[in-house]
Design a protein around this ligand. Structure first.
Ligand SMILES: *Cc1c(COP(=O)(O)O)cnc(C)c1O
Length: 241
């Protein structure tokens, strides 16, 4: 029922949630002595239908994240065609065999987490450069965040902090990928602050300016420790099924 999508009360509720998060962001940035525009809110819309997303777009929001390629392929091409300047980030694990599909959907891939995926991306970038010569309207190749397994958890993807300098050099110097920052998902059973601080330190050492860290439950801590991208799902869209 398309009429429901643009019902004013839906839009108002979404706009209000968005404004609340922006207020909390502003307060946390101010408390940390950071500029009001030092961080960007990414609305993580995984599991949520397009009807939950369009009110945020109507309220002026432009930056979104999804964690699955297939789900993004189902929802986002139509949204992107209908609205200018949407920026979509992949924040979930990426299988190498979905890399080609991912670069068509996402502007930013936050989960560059292993050599095999990096090599695949470099090959795709090379291919794209060939087609771009023929078609100047080709969109730019995605930017990347390297995912860091800050707690060295065996079940979690991402580079160990100790492997990061070498991996970063490999991706940027050998493969010519556009790595703009680091992202992490701290262990669930630990305070997030020390993990955010570690990520900030490594990024500074590597000369990387962007830090994707902080979710609904801990984004204020992340902002106080230098986050430039916070990834907010539940606090904007409500609980997921
Ligand atoms: C789901 C998800 C989020 C959002 O989490 P909330 O706690 O709902 O804000 C952030 N980052 C990643 C990688 C996610 O998968």
């Amino acid at each position: 029922m398309p009429d429901m999508i643009s019902a004013p009360e839906t839009t108002d509720a979404a706009a209000q949630k968005l404004a609340e998060i922006h207020q909390r962001m502003a307060a946390a940035l101010k408390a940390g002595g950071r500029a009001p525009d030092a961080a960007q809110l990414l609305a993580i819309s995984k599991t949520k239908p397009a009807a939950a997303i369009t009110p945020l777009i109507a309220a002026g929001h432009r930056h979104f994240g999804e964690n699955r390629v297939q789900e993004a392929a189902d929802k986002w091409p139509a949204l992107k065609a209908a609205h200018q300047e949407l920026e979509l980030h992949l924040v979930g694990p990426l299988q190498t065999n979905k890399a080609k599909q991912a670069i068509e959907l996402f502007d930013v891939i936050q989960t560059l987490d292993r050599e095999k995926l990096a090599r695949k991306m470099a090959a795709l970038k090379q291919e794209k450069a060939e087609t771009a010569k023929a078609d100047p309207h080709e969109p730019p190749f995605p930017r990347f965040f390297i995912q860091v397994n800050s707690g060295d958890e065996p079940q979690k993807s991402g580079l160990s902090p100790s492997e990061l300098a070498a991996f970063h050099a490999f991706c940027t110097q050998e493969l010519d990928l556009d790595v703009v920052g680091l992202m992490c998902l701290p262990p669930q059973d630990e305070a997030a602050g020390p993990h955010f601080a570690l990520l900030a330190k490594i990024a500074a050492d590597l000369g990387l300016s962007q830090l994707s860290m902080g979710m609904s439950g801990d984004f204020e801590t992340a902002l106080s420790l230098g986050a430039t991208q916070i990834r907010i799902g539940t606090a904007l869209f409500g609980a997921r099924d």
